[in-house]
Design a protein around this ligand. Sequence first.
Ligand code: C2O
Ligand code: CU
Ligand code: CU
Length: 460
Amino acid sequence: SAVTRRDLLIGSAALAGASGLTALAAHRVFAAVDDKLSISRLTHEIVKGKPTVEMMSFAADGPPPVIRMRQGERFAIEVANRLGEDTTVHWHGLRIDNAMDGVPYLTQAPIRDGTSFRYSFTPPDAGTFWYHPHCNTLEQMARGMTGMLVVEDAEDPGFDSDLPLNIRDFRIGSEGQFLEFYKARNTARGGTLGTVNTVNWQIDPVYNVEAGTLVRLRMAVTDLTRIGQYSVKGGEARLIALDSHGLPAPVAPERIEMAPGQRADIALRVPDHEGEEVELILERPTTPVRLARFRATGASARRQLAELKPLAPNPVAEPDLANAELQEYVFGWSPGGDAPANPICGSLGYLFWSINRIAWQGDFPDPLAPLGVMKQGRSYILRLRNETPYDHPIHLHGLTFRLLRSNKREIAPLWTDTALLRAEETMEVGLVADNPGDWAFHCHVIEHQKTGLAGFLRVD
Ligand code: C2O
Ligand code: CU
Ligand code: CU
């Protein structure tokens, strides 16, 4: 059975040690202040020999670059839109200024085609994050616009290298062509799954890693729909962080559940012998899928997992639960009514879902009314009640919350920005409303988000 978030508390001893950090030359990396993202359409081969046309990326000629920044240091990037339509960039999980959050009409005007926008912020937390558009979100993400974002720890925990793994599916047919991005009958249920499993836009890639070294696998599920269970097999490994936040104690990475938007970091000790392989597996009831391989090269460096330092906790304020105010949010069916006649930013033309009986009318409802208001600096308990028989990864922008309890299962008190709310589950989470602004609040199954299961919370 799956690792529950409770099992994660019960783990092996803390890790200790240190060394330098070297980036694997596996993909292009952006790091410096004042780099530029060029949002473009391109043709690219996901399936060998069957080029997919009309893909979309944060680069003109390949997969979205890994964006790197350092905890507590100012970062800036110029985003040029060459897509032929509006877009924005959202930095999933970062607790930054509301004006930099990338939600069209709510926090900024859309970036028009042919124009650019400069994002600039200081990430307070270290960890594995990702970025994606928030305008015509279903189509732009389905065509490729999901990228990895790494905030490097202020204090190096001692890995030899670091490998971001952008895990997602594409809906591609046998000729390499995009299939329809959703089927309405699925949208009204669990969502429409992709057909091809990829890591960093590749099917079953092999990464050469130096034998006996310590590699940090930074996994993010940037898929639009899939809630999956993932295993790392064949090497010594420890799950060290979930959703950017270090675990109290590392555990064996068996069947890590990740929903769209969620992340997991693994400390991998590469096997000693040249050619030995470690596998990343997507577990499935019948046939597991191998997603990627990590192959040992060279002579063993003979490092040990015990040499790693534990991850420093991120500076998230602890909610004062005794004095917290309770707010309830109910995730249910749409009360009916028409989808917006004038779809802006890619409404799908259906309304299937709601939060507190309100179905979000696309990205530009008029008037813009928050689902709830929190006072800056106060503590809150959000009771998230799922009335539907489907799972929903519920994501809140700009704030990090602590999982408190569920009516269905034991849960570990982990920090997150994306909580998987199971069918008919009620979960309570706690937070300090310490980041002012209007923060999008939605299901990260993008079809659900785009057919009503969205809204925003205001901190003022
Ligand atoms: Cu990844 Cu509005 O979120
Ligand atoms: Cu987000
Ligand atoms: Cu959902």
